[in-house]
Design a protein around this ligand. Sequence first.
Ligand code: CA2
Length: 157
Amino acid sequence: MAKAPKILILNGPNLNMLGSRQPEVYRSTTLADIEAMCRARARDLGLAVDFRQSNSEGEIVGWIQTAKDACAGIAINPGAYSHTSVAILDALLAVEIPVVEVHLSNIHRREAFRHHSYVSQAAHGVICGLGAKGYLMALDGLAQLIDEFKGGEMKAR
Ligand code: CA2
């Protein structure tokens, strides 16, 4: 049987704190809850999952670089690095696999500094404001994008 295509799900700084504070913005779901939801959805879609979180920009860049050969797609919630990191943008532009950006909150209804995301320039799709369900939608979208890439309907970028 063919190996399930692997999706790298990346979470940026402070997302390990989910569920502990600011439930009015991020609800009460923990990152472990989100991981369990993603694993269940990935199983249904015939995908494998590598779920990671880091507070370090360099570590996230390194993981993106290794995904180029190891993974079929990336779902990323870059956290605050969305609004600051050209390094993460450059790494994503170089991988040549589908990328979907996810935010739990609607960044466009929040402070002005959250309205711009560098990462969006490398993303095939962006989902925000739908809480943890956004991660499941990212997986659904990636499953479709991977098929389109395979069929040659879509170029990496
Ligand atoms: O809405 C999102 O998913 C964000 O990526 C979350 C980031 C924020 O900087 C982005 O602008 C939008 C922050 C994640 C930190 O989450 C915490 C959760 C509980 C307690 C402290 C931080």
